[in-house]
Design a binder for this molecule. Structure first.
Ligand code: URA
Length: 242
């Protein structure tokens, strides 16, 4: 029979047919139009494999996370509006292209979300970046807003909300509520995230149907300590301190 590379050789984008890939290697699907999962390319899966591996050094964890963050930012920017723009090239030809319309800002959910700020800056020079600190209230055990510093004109901007791990969605929900209170329309919020839990992202997408989530992978679920599984452990610890 005709033979291309056989799946057993493990080469090429279709190293195994989808139905035969290990389940933890395939992002779960969610049926919400406002949830966008990055294309599950071999490159993305290889990057995710690096950052999920407990043996990966801190330097490599930072390097490979940054590459995924860059992909998320680039995809997030695809959701911003553009208008037509006609230009002339150096050889005198005209070209009808597009340009971005509208102002943007980033808002990171501290501390792990701060790891995504540079990826946004690399794509959008001199972008304004705000911060939100949410922690568990010791008395009520509920997420509580401890601090925020947001651009004063945030209500006029598109907001790229940054948080790498989306477990229960408690912090992200409070962050979105804070942005809406400050006058940001829901449809102008894009939530960028590396790994999401299926329940967290589903609840969030239903609660805020007009905002968009861009994630690189929807994982299997949560363990009893609310860590994402298979996950990658504590993102902040691995990025900042281990
Ligand atoms: N935050 C993390 O850093 N990891 C998880 O698995 C869940 C929340």
């Amino acid at each position: 029979p005709e033979s291309g590379p056989s799946p057993a050789q493990g080469v090429g984008p279709l190293y195994r047919p989808d139905g035969e890939k290990p389940t933890a290697t395939v992002s779960k699907e969610v049926s919400y139009e406002n949830v966008h999962v990055l294309p599950q390319t071999p490159q993305l899966i290889a990057l995710l494999t690096m950052i999920r591996d407990k043996r990966t050094s801190r330097a490599d964890f930072i390097f490979y996370s940054n590459r995924i963050i860059r992909l998320l930012v680039e995809e997030g920017l695809n959701h911003l509006p553009v208008v037509e723009q006609s230009i002339t090239t150096p050889v005198g030809r005209s070209y009808l292209g597009v340009k971005f319309e509208g102002k943007i800002c980033g808002v990171s959910i501290m501390r792990a979300g701060e790891a995504m700020e540079q990826g946004l800056r690399d794509c959008c020079r001199s972008v304004r970046i705000g911060k939100i600190l949410i922690q568990r209230d010791e008395e009520t055990c509920m997420p509580k807003l401890f601090y925020d510093k947001l651009p004063t004109d945030i209500a006029e901007r598109w907001v790229l909300l940054l948080d790498p791990m989306f477990a229960t969605g408690g912090s992200a929900t409070l962050a979105v509520e804070t942005l809406i209170e400050r006058g940001v329309p829901e449809h102008r919020i894009l939530f960028l995230n590396l790994i999401a839990s299926p329940s967290g992202v589903a609840e969030f997408a239903e609660r805020f149907p007009k905002l968009r989530v861009v994630t690189s992978f929807i994982d299997q679920g949560l363990d009893e300590k609310k860590y994402i599984i298979p996950g990658l452990g504590d993102f902040g610890d691995r990025y900042y301190s281990m």
